[in-house]
Design a protein around this ligand. Structure first.
Ligand SMILES: [Zn+2]
Length: 125
């Protein structure tokens, strides 16, 4: 959702909660808010939070302490769900296909293969 918003260039809402973005966009467009049917935002959020808990809120890649603060959605250390197999390659939003990563690492990795990015991070340290 956040990527779509950026592509449109009209609104800069980079909250990492898809449900929040949907709700705001619905209000901006004047249409009623209808939660997505594919996977409930609450379910996605639960997966993301559960991964974060398991990792003690440390970014999988760089090890920084992540935050999940709606007041600072653009923080470099904002909690994100990072697909191990990228979405562009058919990777699903599932706990088995994800790690909790800070926003910076998630953007930095982009569509880079998981193993390759792990090597890059190790080389960086
Ligand atoms: Zn990181």
């Amino acid at each position: 959702m956040a990527k779509v918003l950026r592509a449109k260039g009209s609104t800069e809402i980079l909250d990492h909660s898809p449900e929040f973005s949907d709700r705001v966009m619905a209000r901006l467009d004047g249409r009623p808010y209808e939660p997505k049917k594919s996977m409930a935002a609450a379910e996605r959020r639960a997966i993301k939070l559960s991964l974060a808990e398991e990792q003690n809120w440390l970014c999988f890649y760089c090890g920084c302490v992540m935050v999940n603060d709606p007041a600072q959605p653009d923080a470099p250390n904002a909690l994100t769900f990072d697909h191990i197999v990228p979405k562009s390659e058919g990777g699903k939003f599932a706990k088995s296909n994800g790690v909790a990563a800070c926003d910076k690492c998630n953007r930095d990795r982009g569509n880079m293969p998981f193993d390759l990015y792990c090597e890059c991070v190790e080389a960086r340290d």
